[in-house]
Design a protein around this ligand. Structure first.
Ligand code: NAP
Length: 487
């Protein structure tokens, strides 16, 4: 069954960094899919902006090549491609140079449509680009700004970035993307919790033993070595994606599914996080070389690097709902498989009525899988079929969204499709507010500081493993174990 599509009004979207990786791999394909689905009107305008010496025609050729590379061949339809290309324009600008900006103003001039500026460039340019947009008279009172991580590298820099953006854009018009929040599964976590009466009564420390959030990648740091080595897993992943997933799992039911209510509840979770000891509750690691592949230090081009490619930590949400239920978070590169999930592990049944030979009834686990194959699995203990007496075994109740919706595997819309359309619709629910970003940094800062100033280097772990031994110990010492990292 095809999803119902509500078209948005025609818009003018300027993409800074339109010649870069994110634009080619994600934004142009996302716009293509939304236009093909009839949601983004064909008379919208997408204006690429970057320093490269391109014009409308050569930018269209670049975009066409990007679509061929990043849209599955079966989804490429000539008419839809032609529609997207016809919507494209290009303006050459340099954030560091005032020339070119009047051309952008001229290109946008006269239009009263929704006007959005997507800054798909390094964050060092965010402030400067906003200031140039204002100076060149490119802004309308309702103009929207879209920015993506990294949003600062600590609380101070995040505050100063927020202040700089706020001097030009009202917070109502700033869209801070965390693309994890645009994933269908993550939105389904909210549907699961707040549109069903089944789980919410159990969603608390009385019934939940602990929560595990894993974002595991199989790839190493690849060509991003220098950038990554300045940041590490704590800044690159933990401060944003994993804490956002924790917020959505732990938050109270908002009064309504609308931006202020949802973001207020997420903020309360961040502010309820107990300070943790960066040395005992946090495990950091670096991947080893294999016979054929370089290890972390070599990939980073820094033989003395103490930056972590893996981090695991135990967080506690100090409020009535979660007191006593820890949240274990881990993320890393070059791990056994690419797998992201939130696993809510319930407490064991208080008493077993079955004889010991029936076997152990493991706790129920609700696993919300973000990748691969977005879906939800609830593991239940059932009777092993057959006449062999009452033998218990674990069985999954599995719902892969693509299969449940009758779609082809891999046909779920990409997070950017949803998020870019939300920007145009003016819906900030799935975007981070300034105070949320700052609260996340306020909690992470001391953790990062403790790690960076510790004499202990990150533990080395085997490439394609589950991470360092110490991370296993973080759970074992609490009598728990991590779920397997498997695709
Ligand atoms: P990228 O491939 O290096 O692209 C950077 C873009 O910025 C290019 O289009 C470049 O074009 C433009 N640019 C560079 N200097 C400029 C200047 N002085 N004035 C105007 N434009 C300039 O980077 P990316 O991977 O696309 O990432 C862009 C941003 O998104 C970064 O902040 C990154 O952290 C973030 N991000 C990326 C991803 C991803 O999957 N790639 C995911 C999450 C977040 P010209 O050289 O033609 O000017």
């Amino acid at each position: 069954m095809a999803a119902r599509v509500v078209p948005v009004e025609p818009f003018d979207l300027t993409v800074f960094g339109a010649t870069g990786d994110l634009a080619k791999r994600k934004l142009l394909p996302a716009l293509y899919h939304r236009m093909r689905a009839g949601q983004a009107p064909a008379d919208s305008r997408i204006i690429g902006a970057a320093r490269s010496d391109l014009n409308q025609e050569s930018f269209r050729r670049m975009a066409e090549a990007a679509l061929k590379e990043f849209v599955p061949a079966g989804d490429l339809d000539q008419r839809a491609v032609a529609n997207l290309l016809a919507a494209l324009d290009y303006v050459q600008v340099d954030a560091a140079d005032p020339a070119g900006w009047p051309n952008l103003a001229k290109t946008l001039d006269g239009s009263t449509r929704v006007r959005a500026f997507y800054l798909s460039v390094a964050p060092d340019f965010f402030g400067q680009i906003c200031e140039r947009l204002q100076a060149a008279d490119c802004l309308t009172p309702e103009a929207r700004l879209v920015v993506e991580k990294p949003l600062g590298r600590d609380l101070d820099s995040a505050q100063s970035l927020n202040r700089r953006l706020a001097s030009i854009f009202d917070e109502r018009h700033v869209y801070r993307i965390d693309h994890y929040l645009g994933k269908e599964t993550v939105q389904n976590l909210m549907a699961l919790r707040f549109a069903n009466a089944l789980f919410e009564p159990l969603w608390n420390a009385r019934h939940v033993d602990h929560v595990q959030i894993t974002v595991a990648e199989q790839v190493g740091i690849g060509g991003r070595g220098a950038y990554y080595d300045q940041n590490g897993a704590m800044r690159d992943m933990m401060q944003n994606h994993l804490l956002q997933l924790l917020c959505l799992t732990a938050m109270e039911p908002p009064a309504a599914f609308e931006p202020k209510a949802v973001r207020d509840e997420k903020l309360k979770v961040l502010r309820s996080l107990k300070p943790i000891d960066g040395l005992t509750s946090v495990i950091r690691g670096q991947y080893r070389p294999t016979a054929t592949e370089a290890g972390y230090k070599e990939d980073a081009g820094n033989p003395d690097s103490h930056t972590e490619s893996f981090v695991a930590l135990k967080a506690e949400v100090a409020n009535w709902r979660w007191n006593g239920t820890p949240f274990y978070l881990r993320t890393g590169k070059r791990l056994r498989a690419r797998m992201s999930e939130i696993a809510v592990v319930f407490k064991e049944a208080p008493h077993s009525i079955f004889p010991a030979e029936s076997g152990w009834a493991p706790p129920n686990v609700l696993a919300i899988r973000l990748q691969p194959d977005e879906g939800i699995t609830l593991s239940l203990t059932i009777k092993d079929p057959g006449p062999g007496g009452m033998r218990l075994r674990e069985a999954p109740m599995d719902m892969t969204f693509a299969a449940a919706m009758g779609a082809k595997a891999g046909a779920m819309p990409d997070a950017y499709e949803r998020l870019v359309m939300d920007v145009i619709r003016g819906d900030q629910t799935l975007f981070m507010r300034d105070d949320e970003v700052e609260a996340a940094w306020a909690w992470m800062d001391p953790v990062i500081h403790a790690a960076e100033t510790a004499s202990k280097p990150p533990a080395v772990y085997d490439s394609y493993s589950s991470g360092p031994e110490d991370a296993l110990m973080l759970m074992h010492q609490d009598g728990r174990r991590w779920r397997d990292i498997e695709a």
